[in-house]
Design a binder for this molecule. Structure first.
Ligand code: NAP
Length: 305
């Protein structure tokens, strides 16, 4: 059997694509790695920037997405390990050896935030530990927060939080920041941001929620504790593109090069959500990508390009 479209990834982008595929009467299959728990958004305690839904947990929102999309496509669990194309048909190989054929493919497998890998990080994710200031910053109004990292993301997160929080500590493993000079200048001139360089964060502490972090200086090993409510970890992301290596064009940071229509350099192969090279990685842009991809799939199926 050959599907019209196979969607890899059951997060916001993949589920949006599934919904639109069903409405377009396409024969669609969604391949999810871990059912709903594979979606990044479930780690967000409260989503307050999704238009029309002022406050909802990430898990509840993605559960609603799934509920809405479930009858619009077939769903299966599996991990896509390789994709080839021959005679206009894609062959997707899953990790368990299963092979699936489709006229088009949408990859919506997302990107994973790098982790510090320290004590308390996993335990307090969604309870003070966050990987997205735009998503969660509002919960720390008037409170103290730490941003970990020294790249543009860390600097822009610190600047964003400085408008919300009482005090923002920017902790970086080196004394020199990697982020752009313009951000660095802004950081220096923002009174409530304190840069602490050359340090390693050892532990995130708290009871029900985060209450402090412990760190040490790399040179003299002095230990310190900062009382904070929020810990924003911004040490880079890894897009899940392994199955596309050697097939689709990927930028220097590992994101697939595609415009808003999701079209990659391979005709019939589309990408949606955080895996795509884009400026704003949010739920709302992922959902939009999924819908746009199906419009492109329909165009491709009708015109053959
Ligand atoms: P990035 O540039 O790779 O920076 C990652 C930062 O995290 C680095 O400072 C790195 O330290 C630190 N880091 C990595 N692993 C760590 C670990 N295990 N423990 C502690 N620190 C660790 O990533 P990014 O900031 O997410 O930016 C990615 C790309 O997006 C960049 O090209 C950036 O310019 C772009 N971006 C642009 C904007 C914008 O507004 N123009 C905003 C956000 C992102 P070292 O410095 O020591 O390596």
């Amino acid at each position: 059997m050959v599907y019209d479209v196979v969607i890899a990834g059951g997060g916001a982008a993949g589920l949006s694509a599934a919904l639109y595929a069903g409405r377009a009467r396409l024969k669609a299959l969604v391949i999810e790695k871990y059912n709903i728990t594979g979606s990044q958004i479930i780690y967000t305690n409260e989503v307050d920037n999704y238009l029309g839904i002022p406050s909802v947990s990430g898990f509840e929102l993605v559960s609603k997405f799934k509920e809405h999309a479930i009858n619009e496509a077939e769903f299966t669990e599996g991990e896509v390990s390789g994709i080839t194309k021959a005679d206009g048909i894609f062959n997707l190989k899953l990790a368990d050896g299963t092979e699936i054929k489709s006229k088009t493919v949408i990859i919506a497998t997302g990107a994973i935030h790098n982790k510090l890998g320290i004590k308390g990080e996993e335990e307090f994710t969604g309870k003070g530990v966050s990987y997205c200031a735009t998503c969660d910053g509002a919960f720390y109004k008037g409170k103290n927060a730490v941003v970990a990292g020294g790249g543009d993301t860390a600097l822009s997160e610190a600047l964003y939080l400085s408008n919300i929080c009482n005090k923002v500590y920017l902790l970086h493993r080196r004394n020199e920041l990697r982020g752009s000079k313009i951000y660095q200048d802004k950081i220096k001139s923002t009174e409530n941001i304190e840069f602490i360089g050359n340090v390693i964060i050892d532990e995130i502490k708290g009871e029900e929620k985060v209450s402090s972090i412990a760190y040490h200086n790399k040179t003299d090993n002095t230990q310190a504790v900062l009382p904070v409510n929020g810990v924003f970890i911004a040490i880079g992301m890894k897009p899940d593109t392994d199955m596309l290596k050697g097939l689709a064009d990927i930028d220097g940071y590992g994101y697939v090069i595609a415009g808003e229509d999701g079209r990659t350099n391979i005709s019939g192969l589309f990408v949606a959500g955080d895996i795509r090279q884009k400026k704003l990685r949010q739920l709302i842009t992922a959902v939009s990508d999924g819908a746009n991809c199906i419009a492109s799939v329909e165009e491709y199926l009708n015109k053959g390009k």
